[in-house]
Design a protein around this ligand. Sequence first.
Ligand code: NAD
Length: 355
Amino acid sequence: MHHFIYNALPARVVFGSGTQAQVTQELKNLGCCKALVLTTPQQVDQGHVVEDLLGDLCVGLYTRATMHTPTHITDDAVKAAQELKADCIVAVGGGSTIGLGKAIALHTDLPQIVIPTTYAGSEATPIIGQTENGVKTTQKTLKVLPEVIIYDVDLTLTLPPKMSVTSGINAIAHAVEALYSQDANPVTNLLAQEGIKSIASALPVIIQEKDTALLLKARSDALYGAWACGTCLGAVGMSLHHKLCHTLGGTFDLPHAETHTVILPHAIAYNTPFAADAIAKAALSLGVRNAAQGIYDLAKELGAPCSLKELGMKEEDLEGAADIAVRSPYSNPVPLEREKLLKLLRDAWAGTRPE
Ligand code: NAD
């Protein structure tokens, strides 16, 4: 007997190679003519390309997007958008740049076109995380959901291989937690399995392949998987893994995708006895018998970090992290116990392979 609730989010998705050239048409479809383009300082060149494509339809390029969406940058960007009389946002980049676009939309209601260049998945979610005075908070509102997503595989070719691996595993984490989410439903189950399979098979090729055509195909598979996994993140609630990563990123300032990569095998191992069917689906998509070990081995073989120690976490902070993680109750296949969580964190800190 099937029982489920599924809420579809409105989204227009354009996917392919060379698709960023369609940005002008997408802007016109929204009835806009004054775009403010956003990038990080590292992706200014990609911003200039979009600026050139838009020509007179672009009123400015704002290049100060930063990880964790600090509110002082948002305030500055909102001021720039207002002074330039922008009527829409075009964000070109990863979760940090898309996060800034969402923050501007939250203040101004401007429509957003986003051109993702990592696999983080923020483009497909109504979730925004913001940092003020070192405290990161998240909220969920349709006000921040981008109106149009343009996935252009070509823009992901410059994503460094190591970052591609951690970003890809970040995306897989959305899908794994969607499979055992309390909101799991047939649509996200199918997307999750497709996303995991697509990314897990693409990452080794991205790291090892020299042939341009095969590399482009793998990049396409990885971005396609990121769309599928990001759609899961936007549609259903997440559990233990995402909450732990939020704590480690927000309170201990650990890097986003790398933290997801280190924690995921241990979060899966924690939940496996209590979500066996869902995790068996993840294992099948990964092509392994044990999903926790499969993710750990994938990360290790591809040279990604496998321990919190490598990411700069101090061993003496593990107790504090466990305290914060148990303080706010949230949905998970099994209730969280402080001592078990602390063991999870110790294993992740040391980088041991899950049993
Ligand atoms: P990022 O956006 O911070 O990118 C990391 C670095 O890589 C940046 O310097 C960026 O300019 C560079 N980069 C990105 N794409 C590149 C490319 N193709 N070529 C060369 N350089 C490139 O990293 P991220 O992991 O995509 O995003 C992390 C942020 O996104 C965090 O703040 C996280 O909280 C947020 N996030 C939010 C959601 C959500 O639903 N709200 C979902 C996922 C992530």
